[in-house]
Design a binder for this molecule. Sequence first.
Ligand SMILES: CC(C)(COP(=O)(O)OP(=O)(O)OC[C@H]1O[C@@H](n2cnc3c(N)ncnc32)[C@H](O)[C@@H]1OP(=O)(O)O)[C@@H](O)C(=O)NCCC(=O)NCCS
Length: 186
Amino acid sequence: MRPDYPLKTNRLILRPFEPSDLDDLHTYRSNPEVCRYLYGEPATPEDSEERLKKSLTMGELTEEGQWLVLAVEFPEAGRVIGDVVLKWISEKDRQGEIGYVFNPEFQGRGLAREAAEAMLKIGFEDLKLHRIIAQCDPRNEPSWGLMERLGMRREAHFRQNEIFKGEWGDLFVYGLLDEEYERAAS
Ligand SMILES: CC(C)(COP(=O)(O)OP(=O)(O)OC[C@H]1O[C@@H](n2cnc3c(N)ncnc32)[C@H](O)[C@@H]1OP(=O)(O)O)[C@@H](O)C(=O)NCCC(=O)NCCS
């Protein structure tokens, strides 16, 4: 499955990463505030180069287990302001997962929501998924707030299921079924 790029939403363009996106990507991936609830530390320039190199080839899904990784371009600012992902978890069970990371300069404007909605559309309409999940640290309210704005339901609150950055961490899991997605769209 390869979406018909570039994908356009009201204010954004979603497309695979390109080599020239390095500075934009590094700006937000190296920001400690952005990385607070992400696995891994703020990116070094080498980390960002490595991430970009891998992302260049992640513009399509050919088998389960893969991640679709898209750059979110904001034409008004002439730059990439974040990235959104869709993991194809299972072909047999038609399960997927979305994720998002945005430059703080462009948060609080509904732009992440617009990009995430486009990923749900790809997941349900192109990939024909039955259920899409999203996961985050319960302290990451902007993230689960967005999940709720997307119409996702909180399905689980795992307590201390992993060691996160040196201490026990909890996990929220949100889910959305294809029928719920279709009902919300109609
Ligand atoms: C999670 C994250 C992507 C959410 O971004 P966001 O910009 O807050 O989310 P949205 O796009 O839904 O924007 C919502 C905000 O925009 C406001 N907004 C302004 N104009 C809007 C519009 N036209 N449409 C919708 N919302 C709008 C909303 O009121 C809301 O503001 P509030 O947070 O003060 O209530 C962002 O916080 C982030 O990148 N965090 C760091 C990385 C991270 O933790 N990722 C998740 C890992 S699990």
